[in-house]
Design a protein around this ligand. Structure first.
Ligand code: A1LUD
Ligand code: HCS
Ligand code: ZN
Length: 340
C-alpha cells in the first residue's frame, strides 16, 4: 500500500460516513457480558481459543449497531502470551491471524445480511446498510500483556527500554499487518516510550497498512503514566503511517479537554472511544460496579466531542452495542439512513 493510499483510507471513510465515522464499543467486556470468563493472562484473547463464534457474534452485533470500524480480539494476543500457554510459535502466529479472520468473516456475513435485509425490509432495529467497514487489528500495550492493569499505570520500570519494547512487539505487528486487516489500532498506549517504539517499528519494518495511535488518561491532562499527552501525540503526528490519533479507555468526562489539547499538536483526524467511566480492579479482574455513566449520559457528550474536533467516535470497555446504536442516532447525518 502506497503512502497516498494509506492516508486516503481514513479520508475516504470519513467522507463516506458524512464526516464522523463510528468505532465499535468494548469487545472484551461485551464478550464478558455474554458469559466469557476473562480472568486469564490472555484476557479477551482467551476467547480466540475458547469461543471464536462468540467473538464473531459480538463483532456482528457492533456492525448491526452501526459501527464503521471493528477492532479485533488481539488486544492481549501476543506470541509471548500464547507461548507461555504452551503453543508453538507457529500456532501463536496463527492465533493472531485468526483474530483478524474472525472480524473479516463477521464483515462478510454482515454484507450478506444487508443484501437479505434490504430484500425482506424487516430489520428489527438493526442497521443493515451497505457501507465501507474497516477491520482494525488491535495491538495492546506491553502493560496489557503483563495482565496486571499496567496499561492504566504505564510504569514499566527502568529495565524496559525502547529497544526492548520494539523487540517485544515486532513479530506480532508484522503478522497483524499481513493478516488482511485494514489498519492497526495501537490502543490504550500508556506512555511516551511505547508510542516511540510503535512509531519506529512501523517505519523500520516497512509496515504497509496504516495505523492509529490511541492513548489513555486518568487525569484529563496527561497520559496515564504522567507523560505529556502533547509529546505523545506529537510522536504520532510526525509518523506518516499514522492516519488518526486520539484517546480510548478513559472516562467520558475528561474527553473534551483532551481533544482541545490534542488539537494544538495534530492535524490528523482525532479519534475518541472512551470507556463507561467505571474503574477496573486489576487484581480481581473485575469492574467496580456502578461507578460509570449511563448510555444516555455517554451519548450526551458526543455532539460536543464532534463540535470540538473528533472525527471518529465509539466506546471502549463496558460500553455495549446499545451505546454504539445511541451514538449513531445522535449523529445527524446518519439518523436519516439508519434503517436502510
Ligand atoms: C483495559 S484493561 C480493563 C485490560 C485488562 C488487563 N490487561 C488485564 O489483563 O486485566
Ligand atoms: N479493544 C480492547 C480494549 C482496549 S482497552 C478490547 O475490548 O478487547
Ligand atoms: Zn478499554
Amino acid at each position: 500500500m502506497g503512502r497516498a493510499h494509506m492516508s486516503s483510507l481514513m479520508t475516504d471513510l470519513l467522507r463516506h460516513s458524512g464526516g464522523v465515522a463510528v468505532i465499535d464499543g468494548g469487545l472484551a467486556t461485551e464478550l464478558e457480558r455474554h458469559g466469557a470468563d476473562l480472568n486469564d493472562p490472555l484476557w479477551s484473547a482467551k476467547c480466540l481459543l475458547t469461543s471464536p463464534h462468540l467473538v464473531r457474534a459480538v463483532h456482528l452485533d457492533y456492525l448491526e449497531a452501526g459501527a464503521d470500524i471493528i477492532i479485533t480480539a488481539s488486544y492481549q494476543a501476543t506470541i509471548q502470551g500464547f507461548e507461555a500457554k504452551g503453543f508453538s510459535t507457529e500456532e501463536s502466529e496463527a492465533l493472531l491471524k485468526k483474530s483478524v479472520e474472525i472480524a473479516c468473516d463477521a464483515r462478510v456475513i454482515y454484507y450478506e445480511r444487508c443484501k437479505e435485509g434490504s430484500l425482506d425490509g424487516n430489520n428489527n432495529g438493526r442497521v443493515l446498510k451497505l457501507r465501507s467497514i474497516l477491520v482494525a487489528a488491535s495491538v495492546g500495550s506491553y502493560g496489557a500483556y503483563l495482565a496486571d492493569g499496567s496499561e492504566y499505570s504505564g510504569n514499566y520500570g527502568d529495565k524496559i527500554t525502547l529497544q526492548y519494547l520494539k523487540d517485544f512487539h515486532r513479530r506480532r505487528v508484522k503478522i497483524l499487518a499481513e493478516s488482511g486487516a485494514d489498519l492497526i489500532a495501537f490502543e490504550t498506549i500508556p506512555n511516551k516510550i511505547e508510542a516511540q517504539a510503535y512509531a519506529e517499528l512501523i517505519e523500520d519494518e516497512g509496515i504497509t497498512i496504516p495505523a492509529w495511535f490511541s492513548f489513555n488518561s486518568k487525569d484529563g491532562i496527561n497520559v496515564v503514566s504522567g507523560d505529556s499527552l502533547i509529546e505523545c501525540v506529537s510522536i504520532a503526528e510526525s509518523c506518516k503511517k499514522v492516519v488518526a490519533v486520539g484517546i480510548n479507555c478513559t472516562p467520558p468526562r475528561f474527553i473534551q479537554g483532551l481533544i482541545l489539547s490534542m488539537k494544538k499538536v495534530t492535524t490528523k483526524p482525532i479519534l475518541i472511544y472512551p470507556n463507561s467511566g467505571e474503574s477496573y480492579d486489576a487484581e480481581r479482574k473485575e469492574w467496580v460496579q456502578n461507578s460509570g455513566v449511563s448510555d444516555e449520559d455517554f451519548v450526551s457528550y458526543v455532539d460536543k466531542w464532534c463540535e470540538v474536533g473528533a472525527s471518529l467516535v465509539g466506546g471502549c470497555c463496558r460500553t455495549t452495542p446499545n451505546t454504539i446504536r445511541a451514538i449513531c442516532r445522535t449523529l445527524p447525518h446518519r439518523s436519516a439512513d439508519q434503517s436502510c
